[in-house]
Design a binder for this molecule. Structure first.
Ligand SMILES: NC(=O)C1=CN([C@@H]2O[C@H](COP(=O)(O)OP(=O)(O)OC[C@H]3O[C@@H](n4cnc5c(N)ncnc54)[C@H](OP(=O)(O)O)[C@@H]3O)[C@@H](O)[C@H]2O)[C@@H](O)CC1
Ligand SMILES: [K+]
Length: 528
């Protein structure tokens, strides 16, 4: 596997730190030095280091301690450093060192309006370092820190170009382990995270508040490597490792044949888009099965597609199928039963998800069945499973609900959204933030179903033989499909393929057809 970004829970980080701390490793000194180095880099990127004015927001734990020690380095680099203490007691050693180095300490809680006092101070500072809470946070911010952070967040959004916000370990107030955002959070430009990434830096909605994530190596890797990560994000290099590349002896059946039963008389476009996504991904063949209107459209647009039944190695079912269409639903049901009996991987999209809600065998799906709902469809599915859920519940805690659906159904769940989350019944969550908001357009999901189906077809024989290494493969492949689909959208929108690149650029509108057409260009950035 490539350099996948791995995130570990707060408890796992503490357990990994413990032996090092017991052995006298100066972890906080290392963390603070690395933090200061990143702050200096941000300052340098914007012009000058010496003479810059830096604000440290210091909470009551070691997270605040990191910032206080970092402040001593920043003073030495010629910065004017202010520390606003937003807790009655702060890290004593850090405070003493900061004072001795010349950091100006402000006991803002003594002010009549601490939030106003901090904002006043912050307006004079080009960098705000958020060190209110780290992995020791319990729940959303409370006490005096909550209004302070809320006021700074409002101040920052009023002046979006200024200042630079650097979060220490995590943006204070996020759900460190689950990525929820239940109270005020100051959005960061950069999060300097200690030892390893944390799940909340990858999972939505909190991931959107972390900015660029910089991991500081603290020597925890050895211990953490033995533990599966709680969440991870694939990089292009991981996807290159996973992507089937044909060799000289390959033929269409070894490359994978995908069956697509999608589209309807009413929504024929879904058939064409899923097919386009699959063909552009690279596979042996697409076999399309559906009614006349979509079948004609598919044949016209993609003459290489076969429209008679026969051997397949994976299925895409349901995109553009109206669940009220009883005859079509019965067909999907048959394909699903046959696929499950043959242990073939299957993508269940749109109309096929509704099908499951009436299927009493729902809890028996294998992890090689991948459900691809958006938030509303996932809420409906969970409600049908007896877990009353609204769309807003899903968007507030996407990872938790995707995991719940995976546990209930046994399937792998790819939850579509600004950040795509993939959950299997067990194993790490995947979070992929590769796309652009332009991708929220009709038919984009059909293209994704095709891309994922094609990838699964390439692994179909391996999956059907049951010899692949465990239940994580369908989740990894789903995350890989999300990355390629997201990159295709960025390329189609005129953006650089990597999500961290060209942040300032907005790009241009795209259609789902543009996304399918850009899949080869996306693969070029992955496979080289
Ligand atoms: N272990 C190490 O050596 C290393 C640790 N490192 C660093 O330490 C960090 C962990 O430090 P930590 O364990 O002290 O916890 P931390 O995140 O500072 O939070 C505790 C403070 O926050 C407060 N608080 C809690 N919840 C709150 C809320 N909802 N709203 C408001 N306040 C809340 C809580 O107050 P209390 O509940 O006690 O009243 C307490 O004052 C870690 O993220 C990393 O940055 C690195 O230097 C590497 C070496
Ligand atoms: K923090």
């Amino acid at each position: 596997m490539g350099p996948m970004i791995r995130a570990h829970s707060a408890a796992a980080v503490r357990a990994a730190e413990e032996p090092l701390l017991a052995a006298g490793e100066p972890l906080m000194a290392s963390a603070a030095f690395a933090l200061a180095t990143h702050v200096v880099a941000e300052l340098r990127a914007r012009g000058r280091v010496a003479g810059s004015v830096v604000l440290l927001l210091v909470g009551g734990g070691n997270n605040g301690g990191d910032a206080l020690f970092a402040g001593t380095h920043l003073v030495r680099r010629g910065c004017q450093v202010h520390a606003a203490l937003v807790s009655d007691g702060v890290h004593e050693g850090g405070l003493a060192a900061a004072r001795a180095a010349g950091v100006r300490v402000h006991r803002v809680l003594d002010a009549a309006d601490p939030a106003a006092a901090v904002v006043d101070l912050a307006r004079r500072c080009g960098v705000w370092v958020d060190a209110v809470t780290g992995i020791g946070a319990r729940g959303p911010l409370r006490g005096p820190a909550a209004p302070v952070v809320a006021a700074l967040a409002a101040e920052r959004s009023a002046w979006p170009q200024e200042p630079v916000v650097v979060a220490v370990d995590v943006p204070s107030g996020i759900g460190v382990d689950d990525g929820t955002v239940e109270g005020p959070v100051l959005p960061a430009d950069v999060t300097v995270t200690m030892g390893t990434a944390k799940p909340g830096l990858l999972l939505p909605p909190a991931a959107g508040l972390a900015g660029r994530v910089e991991v500081v190596a603290l020597g925890l890797d050895g211990t953490l490597a033995a533990e599966p990560p709680a969440a991870c994000s694939l990089t292009a290099a991981d996807v290159a490792d996973l992507w089937p590349v044909p060799g000289p002896d390959d033929h269409k059946y070894t490359r994978g044949v995908l069956g697509i039963a999608a589209g309807s008389q009413t929504y024929p476009g879904a058939a064409a888009l899923a097919t386009a996504g699959a063909l552009r991904t690279g596979l042996g063949m697409v076999r399309y099965l559906g009614p006349e209107v979509p079948a004609d459209l598919v044949r016209t647009l993609h003459p290489e597609v076969v429209t008679v039944p026969g051997r397949v190695q994976a299925w895409v079912l349901g995109s553009g199928v109206d669940p009220a269409d009883a005859a079509r639903t019965a067909e999907l049901h048959e394909h699903l039963s046959a696929a499950l009996a043959a242990r073939l991987p299957v993508v269940l999209d749109a109309g096929a998800l509704t099908l499951l809600q009436e299927d009493t065998r729902l809890p028996d799906l294998p992890a090689t069945a991948v459900l691809t709902p958006h938030a509303g469809e996932l809420a409906q599915l969970l409600t049908a499973c007896g877990e009353e859920t609204a769309r807003e519940d899903v968007t507030a805690a996407p990872a938790r609900h995707a995991r719940l659906a995976a546990e209930i159904t046994g399937a792998t769940v790819l939850l579509k959204g600004p950040t795509t989350v993939v959950a299997a019944p067990a194993g790490p969550l995947f979070a992929q933030q590769d796309a652009t908001p332009w991708l929220a357009t009709a038919g984009a999901g059909d293209v994704l179903a095709g891309v994922l189906g094609a990838l699964l077809a390439g692994y179909g024989d391996l999956i059907a033989s049951g010899t692949h290494d465990g239940a994580h493969l369908p989740a990894s492949l789903s995350a890989a499909a999300a990355l390629v689909h997201g990159r295709a959208a960025r390329i189609a929108a005129g953006l650089p393929p990597g999500p961290g690149e060209g942040r300032a650029r907005t790009g241009v509108p795209i259609t789902a057809g543009d996304v399918a057409a850009a899949v080869p260009a996306a693969l070029r950035t992955v496979l080289g």
